[in-house]
Design a protein around this ligand. Structure first.
Ligand SMILES: NC(=O)c1ccc[n+]([C@@H]2O[C@H](COP(=O)([O-])OP(=O)(O)OC[C@H]3O[C@@H](n4cnc5c(N)ncnc54)[C@H](O)[C@@H]3O)[C@@H](O)[C@H]2O)c1
Ligand SMILES: O=C(O)C1=N[C@H](C(=O)O)CCC1
Length: 255
């Protein structure tokens, strides 16, 4: 069977783990990895990650000129770099490449740019690409409808070095119609990969929906799921939670 070709932007804490997940999956061919500087230029991500074959040739962002995507075709571009990568998406989309953006924080201008590309191609943007958190987002919306008077607080915990407020927590607040300033609580300690909790407080009971990414491989598995979901789909803007919500709709038991 023809392999799904993938290119990755970013080879940092998460990008390396994502590359490893794609290398481990026989349905995928990791074609290239783009990183910011010239470290390991033209080496192979596979070799750096301990494999004995060549895959995922490493390029610098400076190499990404007008012809880059046409000369090195892939089926999907998966972005775990930073928000500046967004300005290269148009060239990729024009070359027929599906975009999976996992950047957690964008300015409005960048989100508008992503939306504008959806008319050319499939674009999926998700601040948290794990299956679990997207199930939690759908479940939280259902719970809010069932218990509309519950007090709701969102708690997000991440590693000490994470500067920005969790994009996932902001997305949850937005979905639930909550003011971010008032209902979002952030904790930064040690090496927590990512934990989100939505607390529904009622007079006689408390419901807690919680998701924790134990290992960054959870993001790789989510990215694999996202790329597969986009295959054969029409151009448009996709999110993980709408894909998962559709799965809920199709699988909800009827009593
Ligand atoms: N959506 C998700 O599920 C999810 C999960 C984990 C991380 N993230 C996000 O992914 C991003 C990266 O996270 P990280 O922990 O790996 O950070 P990191 O700082 O460890 O790595 C980022 C890497 O991208 C490189 N980079 C910066 N600009 C680039 C560019 N224009 N092109 C290519 N490479 C570039 C940097 O040099 C660095 O190596 C962050 O926005 C983070 O919030 C999202
Ligand atoms: O920076 C990270 O690492 C993560 N950020 C997220 C967010 O901001 O919501 C979620 C996944 C991990």
């Amino acid at each position: 069977m023809k392999k799904i070709r993938v290119g990755i932007f970013g080879f940092g804490k998460t990008g390396k783990v994502i590359a490893n997940e794609f290398l481990n999956d026989s349905q995928f061919a990791l074609t290239w990895v783009v990183r910011k500087g010239y470290a390991d230029h033209h080496k192979y991500a596979s070799r750096l990650l301990g494999y004995e074959f060549d895959a995922g040739k490493i390029f610098s962002i400076e190499d990404v000129d007008n012809d880059f995507f046409r000369e090195r075709p892939v089926d999907a571009l998966v972005d775990f770099s930073d928000s500046s990568g967004v300005y290269l998406y148009k060239k990729a989309a024009e070359a027929g490449i599906s975009i999976v953006s996992a950047i957690s924080k964008y300015e409005q201008e960048e989100i508008d740019l992503i939306k504008s590309l959806a008319k050319y191609n499939r674009v999926l943007y998700s601040p948290n690409i794990t299956l679990g958190i997207n199930v939690l987002m759908v479940a939280a919306q259902i719970l809010q409808k069932i218990a509309p008077h519950a007090d709701i607080e969102i708690v997000e915990e991440h590693f000490k070095g994470k500067r920005e407020v969790s994009g996932t927590a902001k997305r949850i607040a937005n979905l639930l119609g909550l003011n971010e300033e008032e209902h979002l609580n952030s904790i930064r300690v040690g090496g927590i990969v990512g934990r989100h909790e939505i607390i529904f407080g009622m007079p006689n009971q408390t419901i807690r929906l919680q998701h924790e990414s134990i290992n960054r491989a959870a993001f790789g598995q989510g990215a694999i799921f996202a790329v597969k979901c986009l295959i054969g789909q029409p151009p448009g803007l996709y999110t993980m939670e709408t894909i998962i919500a559709e799965m809920f709709r199709q699988n909800i038991p009827v009593y």
